[in-house]
Ligand binder design. Structure first.
Ligand SMILES: [Zn+2]
Length: 239
């Protein structure tokens, strides 16, 4: 493995494992900053343990991406196998989709939307683009683009770029799956690798913006309108 690949791989594995969640107020935080404190820096409740922010699916996906990426890096003169490029695209897409799924489920759980309704909402809105454009605004009360801007202001990062990229990669993947198109443009793999860390951080910040306030009543909660609540109970989103 090359030195550069080793460093990138280490950083991403580190990034995904560094976030913890407060079991009381559900704020996500990097352990390096406040994890050693005995009480939560936000709600002040004592920590009873360190709870990883992400379940094991996310670190596993990041590992799988790097396993294929490292195969390429082992011989810098050999071209990367097309099958390895395809694998990286597929795993990166899955990573973005799983992060979005987890986020939406956390919002729905926080809002105490019944399981059956949750299942219906997810089943009716299966594609990532539909979840971003329809389900996200209904559940959070905020548009996707505005939310990227808000999260970007907090983290001082251009998340619009990350979003555009994963929507594009999602289309590339769909073309592979549905039309048998196997074209992965040069440079696309490096883009995926470089965007793993910001993608992970984006979903921690979105969680802190839209899930954490439900568990921390001292903060203003962005409640969606009663009309939207009715739509959610009925389990259908109208155009
Ligand atoms: Zn807390």
């Amino acid at each position: 493995m090359s030195k550069a690949s080793e460093i990138k791989s280490y950083e991403s594995r580190n990034e995904v494992n560094k976030y913890y969640i407060c079991e009381s107020c559900h704020i996500g935080y990097p352990l390096s900053i406040v994890g050693m404190l005995k009480a939560c820096h936000t709600c002040n409740e004592p920590h009873r343990g360190n709870y990883s922010f992400f379940d094991s699916t996310i670190p596993s996906l990041v590992d799988m991406i790097y396993e294929y990426y490292d195969l390429k890096s082992s011989d810098k003169y050999a071209p990367m196998f097309e099958s390895h490029r395809i694998a990286i695209v597929i795993f990166y897409c899955t990573l973005a989709e799983v992060l979005m799924d987890r986020f939406l489920s956390n919002v729905m759980n926080a809002k105490r939307i019944p399981d059956k309704v949750q299942e219906k909402l997810m089943a009716d809105n299966q594609y990532l683009s539909v979840r971003v454009e329809k389900l996200f605004p209904v559940l959070t009360g905020h548009g996707w683009k505005d939310s990227l801007g808000k999260a970007g202001n907090i983290d001082k990062f251009d998340y619009q770029k990350i979003s555009k990229h994963f929507m594009y990669i999602s289309k590339v993947r769909n073309n592979m799956v549905h039309r048998g198109s196997l074209l992965v443009e040069k440079g696309e793999i490096e883009h995926c690798i470089d965007r793993i860390n910001p993608l992970i951080k984006l979903f921690v910040t979105l969680h802190n913006l839209y899930v954490h306030p439900f568990y921390y009543p001292n903060k203003a909660i962005d409640l969606i309108s009663l009309a939207d609540e009715r739509i959610l109970r009925e389990g259908a989103i109208k155009d």
